[in-house]
Write a protein that binds this ligand. Structure first.
Ligand SMILES: *Cc1c(COP(=O)(O)O)cnc(C)c1O
Ligand code: SF4
Length: 362
């Protein structure tokens, strides 16, 4: 449908240049629109930008409105329905603070957003308030402010570079930031949050990027796979290329209603992730952010899913289920109850199969 040569298709810049960014563009590909999708394309697309790479678009089933890829790129009316979104705020986690582009929530680490642009605008994005509105990278002056703050606060040991998607920057620009930050004596760890292995794996077919990744390893690359359909041969190749440069790859999944909120889907996802060398790091409960609340499941459902995965899935493949507390109070891990309490020397545990086991000790 895009008439691209193989060389063009595998070129990340071609993929970015040829993003589908209009409701009409999506209407050319998808069929069988639901009423909510049609209204979403008309109304939600005016409030929150839409975009997808040609690569990610073609992973979606054009016929099926419940396709997990389609649900991540085609807006529903629920996104802007005031009845649905009424108790939510655009920045419920209070990421915006004194220094633009910088969130300092925990003593030892900061989040730095270097661009508002993403190759794909995920409908469930918790930074919906700013991604793509408009698309722009931080200026030298803005970076300098964040840099000075980090330099002046020696308790900060780690910088998490995020966005938007930092990998949309050209390689020299991104690594200018990385080098500057690594040059601060108290910075020990750089983490890069990027969805490019999922929605633009061609980014890692770029030898210049791979050379820079190798030179600066270890950078902790944290990506965002939500569904097994996203683990394609291109994604595998991208991850292999990153791992070859000596950089570990972790994954954060968001628990999303109608996309991955069942143990079978997540079991396959996490199993495939470890099989290609990615460690599932977090499974996030979806945040009460304006524009995404229709993707939320209940906490009880989330805990039930996590309990079902325990025991039937390798420990390597188990992420930490967590939610972000409102107002920027940080993440909390959530666990099903396995220790039921004690009576004298008798301790009561629940096994992964649900059996209550008594364990005697002091
Ligand atoms: C999630 C987050 C971090 C990183 O938390 P980890 O538990 O170390 O992954 C850091 N800063 C902010 C603002 C965050 O939201
Ligand atoms: S790639 Fe990440 S930051 Fe960008 S729209 Fe998707 S979830 Fe949001």
């Amino acid at each position: 449908m895009f008439g691209a040569s193989k060389k063009e298709w595998n070129d990340w810049r071609w993929q970015l240049r040829n993003r589908i960014k209009t409701p009409e563009g999506l209407k050319n590909y998808f069929k069988n629109f639901t009423e909510s999708e049609l209204k979403g394309l008309e109304l939600a697309a005016k409030k929150y930008p839409i975009a997808t790479t040609p690569y990610y678009l073609l992973l979606a089933d054009p016929e099926d409105p419940s396709c997990p890829i389609r649900r991540q790129i085609v807006p529903l009316y629920e996104e802007v329905n005031p009845e649905v979104q009424k108790f939510c705020q655009p920045d419920a986690l209070k990421e915006e603070g004194e220094i633009p582009n910088l969130t300092h929530r925990y003593p030892d680490r900061v989040l730095l957003t270097v661009t508002t642009m993403c190759p794909v605008y995920c409908r469930h994005c918790m930074r919906k308030r700013k991604v793509g509105k408009p698309e722009r990278a931080i200026t030298e002056e803005e970076f300098k402010k964040a840099y000075d703050y980090i330099k002046g606060n020696p308790q900060i040991k780690e910088v998490l570079i995020s966005g938007g998607d930092p990998l949309v920057l050209n390689t020299e620009r991104l690594f200018y930031f990385v080098e500057k930050l690594k040059g601060i004596e108290h910075i020990e760890v750089i983490r890069i949050g990027t969805r490019t292995p999922v929605i633009l794996p061609q980014r890692f077919f770029d030898n210049q990027l791979l050379r820079f990744l190798e030179k600066h390893s270890p950078l902790w690359i944290v990506t965002h796979f939500n569904h097994p359909k996203e683990i394609t041969k291109e994604a595998k190749l991208a991850v292999r290329n990153i791992l070859r440069t000596g950089n570990p790859v972790l994954n954060q999944t968001v628990l999303l209603k109608g996309i991955n909120d069942d143990p079978e889907t997540l079991e396959v996802l996490f199993r495939r992730l470890i099989s290609i060398g990615i460690k599932p790091y977090y499974l996030f409960h979806c945040d009460p952010i304006e524009g995404v609340v229709h993707f939320r499941t209940s906490l009880e459902e989330g805990l039930k899913i996590v309990a079902a995965l325990r025991g039937r899935l390798s420990g390597l493949a188990q992420p930490t289920y967590a939610l972000d507390l409102p107002g920027g109070r940080g993440k909390v891990p959530l666990y099903p109850q396995y220790y039921l309490g004690r009576k004298g020397k008798k301790h009561f545990f629940r096994s992964y199969t649900g059996e209550v086991v008594i364990y005697l000790f002091g």
